[in-house]
Write a protein that binds this ligand. Sequence first.
Ligand code: BEZ
Length: 219
Amino acid sequence: MALQLGETAPDFEAETTEGTIRFHDWIGDSWAVLFSHPRNFTPVCTTELGYMAQAKPEFDRRGVKIIGLSVDPVENHAKWAEDIAETQGAAPNYPLIGDGDFTVSKLYGMLPADTEGDPTERTPALNQTVRNVFVIGPDKKIKLILVYPMTTGRNFDEVLRVIDSLQLTANHKVATPVNWKEGDDVIIAGSVSDDEARETYPDGWESPRPYIRIVPQPR
Ligand code: BEZ
């Protein structure tokens, strides 16, 4: 059964390039992004891991920890990190899980439960379903799941945009409209009555229809 939004992200212990972690303890009170890769030395993933190293300050600024995963033993990650540094201009500056026994990939529904064998004998194409992004909140609940095909590099700027929306809507009773970005107007949540909304927005709201109530982004 695939993981669903709102479920608790499965906890696990794993070997990473920064030592053994227990996932929920590692998240602590932060938000987290877990992004997965089918094998080391795959071209699209190489660009993604380099981009995430460059983008890490943007995740830090939002209180978000980032962690990669690849279906290779952790011992194989150092050489790939060198390649990433040389070809993308930055080596991973965040932990990379070595999921050589497929534990995390199976727990997160990215590989079938009966997957077994030597991970280094599997082709990237065989693991092509291990290309997910999970955003997890400080409450350890899954807030976003993205699944990408192997031929399309991920858009991590979109992940940052969704995190901005998730963090805003966790603190205010609003929703964000299509293509919203930080600073744009927002929509008063449907759960808020007009009477309640008037208390928060005494100047009122723009309302092209009674069910669409637009206000400036709350701070
Ligand atoms: C990649 O280029 O990252 C890739 C190649 C084959 C399968 C999955 C990913």
